[in-house]
Design a protein around this ligand. Structure first.
Ligand SMILES: Nc1nc2c(c(=O)[nH]1)N[C@H]1C(S)=C(S)[C@@H](COP(=O)(O)OP(=O)(O)OC[C@H]3O[C@@H](n4cnc5c(=O)[nH]c(N)nc54)[C@H](O)[C@@H]3O)O[C@H]1N2
Ligand SMILES: Nc1nc2c(c(=O)[nH]1)N[C@H]1C(S)=C(S)[C@@H](COP(=O)(O)OP(=O)(O)OC[C@H]3O[C@@H](n4cnc5c(=O)[nH]c(N)nc54)[C@H](O)[C@@H]3O)O[C@H]1N2
Ligand code: SF4
Ligand SMILES: [Mo]
Length: 768
């Protein structure tokens, strides 16, 4: 096994002896043979090997449990069975779901483990090794000055937590990641806001916040306006900055079906992702599995960070080809004149050199969009993780509006959301941008106003902690440490916080590196299919799932549900104000409270009886009547980005003959879930281990590098050494590496309107 951080041999031996739960590897580990399509037989092989292995029965139990898939926000599973999508179609579970469940059904971390392994040893672990330690199954504490994590009992946990949360509300904060339930999310924000704190940082700050902010301003609603039914009526999909074959595999079924009915797919991505060219879906065993289905009709391999220039170019071409819908614009939008004027005035040379796409190709894309009947614009992190992420979103939605593709069936804007319940967290009020309606409802519940002190989003939280302004932090899931840019700062910042409480299912790097100044507590929690009570979640398409209660496979374990922990802590802090917190341990009452205070969730009040999963009201627009005060969509001019990279002199590198400044895309391999690595290699991109840089062969040639040469990659915050060069189809001038490891390299710029870091265009120098 390749380990980039170089685990010391002793730790490695101890860990191996303890049991590294390593499921059989279905694919070629060398990464040498890259497939010519995404999906395909390796996926079936993975399914077969896992479901027939000793873990098989547990896996099937989880797969068939009536709950939403843990992995992505496409939202497969729920009351109609684990394999069913939102409109009742079967066979919708993908391999990523199996991957996620396999990690959850690992054996527990053994009872004596933390006595035998010091923190120093644990800090040597890679992400994958940390995950493979097993499931957290009893609570532990790390006290400053100690060498080991130690078991702790519940009385002491509550005593420490209660004291910690009695600090001034501005100095208390939470962070959350979108895997927990709506009920846990709702309780978290209610507990925090009752304390007087708005510090509700969430992983969405690092993710789709630009979509939420941009779409809310334009349409009055920050989520997708497209339902799954609607997507089925589209005859064109523009897929921007998304690696859906890996991160939202079931979206690929929809693209295959769209192509089969004669529709078109325009892919906009600086990397040629093999699965976006051709994808073989197990859902179409005869038609597609062996030969693969064509996905992209047109693939625009733009320069990273230049999406605004490309979309203004498309707008300009739509105007030139007389394909804009002036009647629609006049009737249903505001601000369109400025957007049209800006595109008209833009200079073709500037547009094409900024985005690196020829005018003819831009014109072809415009023609496809302008002549299709119903176009869906879908996007993910390639759009949002930039310092102009909100502009990217505006420019896409402007293009939708110019062609009348918002507010009709089969068309609209569709951010492809990340974590399986990240959108639910936002809906429940876990956000620093609380909707006014929710604020009013909560103020009525509390009988007083909420604090007006603005809350810290994720980056602001790290900055505040770095400045010594945070005493207490509760993390409901996630890996705050490794998800952030500049890991040195993240570690230092967390180290300034007196008390950190992590609620988690599995160990991750954050539990060993993100340590508090005084006490770090890790509380083991049930996952979605194990909770002793019902929960709900929300998909990226605004569909609310009801998840049945379940059981854990962990024997003699001391786990708690997130809901139980949060209500007990809130009870100790707030008594019975403004609600009887302990009564809320029956989650039915939380759902009733949600129905009363969260707009669009009225059906939640009776979901326990009706078992009817539902689409949230007021979000899917089938008519061009939007949720803005005027009912019209608001359009905004999007300034073109300036994409110059710093020169070599800006980096602290030794004099060298061979070097190259590149813009680095950081993202996910085909075998990881965010900061959690499942397999070291990425077979679809031909990267045999984590410590690789995917580079354009022309760039390499220019700097005199060979493939497989080992180089140093240096950013403004740190460097990674011994990085192997792998040639791939990445746009010249850019390169790709994997997070979380790559987060040591840089301090990211952020888009100030939403706090989201520019993870996708990181200036680095590569040198021999
Ligand atoms: N299996 C699996 N599923 C997941 C996750 C996971 O880690 N593993 N994570 C979940 C989460 S939280 C999220 S947010 C999503 C992430 O899903 P994605 O957004 O698909 O994930 P990324 O790996 O960040 O890939 C972003 C894509 O954007 C492209 N890109 C980079 N820069 C640019 C640019 O400037 N412009 C354009 N147009 N494209 C660009 C990259 O080449 C890449 O193909 O997936 C969710 N689902
Ligand atoms: N360089 C770079 N950095 C990035 C990104 C990037 O593309 N590039 N992407 C960003 C994005 S889009 C995101 S969303 C963030 C992700 O950031 P996070 O959401 O903070 O990180 P995850 O790795 O998803 O968190 C995984 C951990 O969640 C815990 N967990 C899993 N299920 C549950 C549960 O049911 N309950 C509880 N309590 N805990 C659970 C487990 O302990 C697991 O180890 O990373 C961001 N960071
Ligand atoms: S597409 Fe997403 S939600 Fe559906 S099964 Fe796959 S990982 Fe789960
Ligand atoms: Mo995300």
């Amino acid at each position: 096994m390749e380990t980039s951080a170089g685990t010391n041999p002793e730790t490695q031996a101890a860990l191996d002896a303890d049991r590294l739960h390593q499921p059989p590897d279905p694919v070629d580990d060398t990464g040498a043979n890259t497939p010519n399509m995404g999906g395909g037989l390796p996926v079936i092989q993975y399914w077969a090997e896992h479901t027939l292995s000793p873990e098989g029965p547990k896996l099937w139990q989880a797969l068939t449990h009536k709950s939403a898939c843990l992995s992505c926000a496409w939202g497969t599973g729920g009351q109609k069975g684990g394999f069913t999508n939102e409109i009742g179609e079967k066979m919708q579970r993908c391999m990523k779901s199996v991957e996620a469940i396999s990690a959850e059904i690992q054996p527990p971390v053994p009872p004596q483990f933390f006595e035998q392994h010091s923190l120093a040893e644990l800090q040597q672990l890679t992400s994958m090794e940390a995950d493979r330690l097993g499931r957290w199954s009893y609570p532990v504490i790390y006290r400053a000055g100690s060498s080991h994590y130690k078991r702790i009992d519940w009385q002491e946990i509550y005593a420490i937590a209660e004291t910690a949360f009695r600090q001034p509300p501005e100095r208390v904060a939470s962070y959350s990641s979108g895997r927990s339930s709506n009920e846990a999310a709702y309780l978290l924000q209610l507990m925090m806001r009752t304390l007087g704190s708005n510090n509700l940082a969430d992983c969405s700050d690092l993710c789709h916040a630009p979509s939420t902010v941009g779409l809310k301003q334009m349409f009055g609603s920050g989520t997708s306006m497209v339902s799954l039914e609607n997507l089925k009526q589209a005859d064109c999909v523009v897929l921007i900055g998304s690696n859906a074959p890996s991160n939202h595999p079931r979206l690929m079924n929809e693209l295959i079906k769209l192509r089969e009915r004669g529709g078109k797919v325009i892919v906009i991505n600086p990397v040629i992702e093999v699965g976006l060219v051709k994808f073989a879906s197990p859902a179409f065993p005869l038609k597609s599995l062996l030969t693969g289905s064509d996905i992209a009709t047109l693939y625009l391999q733009l320069i990273p960070g230049s999406d605004v220039a490309l979309f203004v170019g498309i707008q300009k071409s739509l105007i030139e080809q007389e394909l804009i819908q002036s009647d629609y614009l006049a009737a249903h939008t505001e601000g369109w004149q400025e957007v049209v004027a800006y595109a008209e005035a833009a200079d073709w040379d500037t547009l094409t050199t900024t985005c690196g796409i020829a005018q003819e190709e831009i014109a072809a894309a415009a023609r496809m969009i302008g002549t299709s009947k119903a176009v869906v614009f879908a996007w993910a992190m390639g759009v949002t993780q930039h310092d102009n992420g909100v502009d990217n979103v505006y420019s896409i939605a402007n293009t939708a509006l110019l062609t009348g593709n918002a507010g009709k069936p089969g068309a609209g804007t569709m951010p492809i959301r990340g974590h399986s319940n990240v959108q639910g967290f936002g809906s429940m009020g876990v956000t620093v941008r609380l909707k006014q309606e929710i604020q009013q409802a909560l103020e009525a519940l509390l009988g007083r106003s909420l604090s007006r002190v603005p809350g810290y989003d994720t980056r602001a939280l790290i900055e505040a902690a770095d400045a010594g302004q945070i005493d207490t932090l509760i993390c409901v899931g996630g890996n705050l440490y490794a998800a952030n840019p500049d890991l040195t700062q993240a570690k230092r910042a967390l180290g300034n916080i007196q008390t950190i409480i992590y609620l988690a299912t599995k160990p991750n790097l954050g539990h060993f590196h993100g340590l508090a100044r005084q006490n770090t507590i890790v509380i083991p929690v049930f996952n979605r299919f194990e909770n002793p009570h019902k929960t709900t979640t929300e998909s990226g398409n605004n569909f609310v799932r009801l998840n049945d209660e379940g059981k854990t496979h962990l024997q003699d374990a001391d786990l708690i549900s997130e809901v139980e922990f949060l209500t007990e802590l809130a009870h100790r802090l707030h008594g019975t104000y403004p609600v009887d917190w302990r009564q809320l341990q029956d989650t039915k009452y939380v759902r009733q409270l949600i129905a009363k205070t969260i707009p669009g969730f009225e059906a939640m009040a009776t979901i326990d009886e009706t078992k009817t999963e539902f689409t949230i009201g007021g979000r899917i627009f089938n008519e061009p009547q939007f949720a803005t005060p005027s009912g019209k969509a608001q359009m905004f001019v999007t300034p073109l980005p300036t994409l110059a990279l710093p020169s070599l002199e800006a980096f602290p590198v030794p004099p060298t003959t061979q070097s190259l400044v590149l813009s680095l895309i950081t993202g996910r391999s085909y075998s990881q879930h965010n900061t959690v690595v499942y397999k070291p290699h990425d077979r679809y991109r031909g990267m045999p281990h984590r410590n690789c840089i995917l580079m354009n062969p022309e760039d390499a040639k220019r700097a005199g590098f060979q493939e497989h040469q080992r180089v140093t990659v240096q950013g403004d915050a740190g460097k990674l050494e011994n990085v192997e060069i792998i040639f791939g189809s990445v746009r010249a001038g850019s390169a790709l590496m994997f997070y979380p490891e790559v987060n040591v390299l840089f301090t990211a710029r952020i888009d100030k309107r939403c706090g989201t870091p520019a993870f996708k265009r990181v200036p680095v120098v590569v040198y021999a």
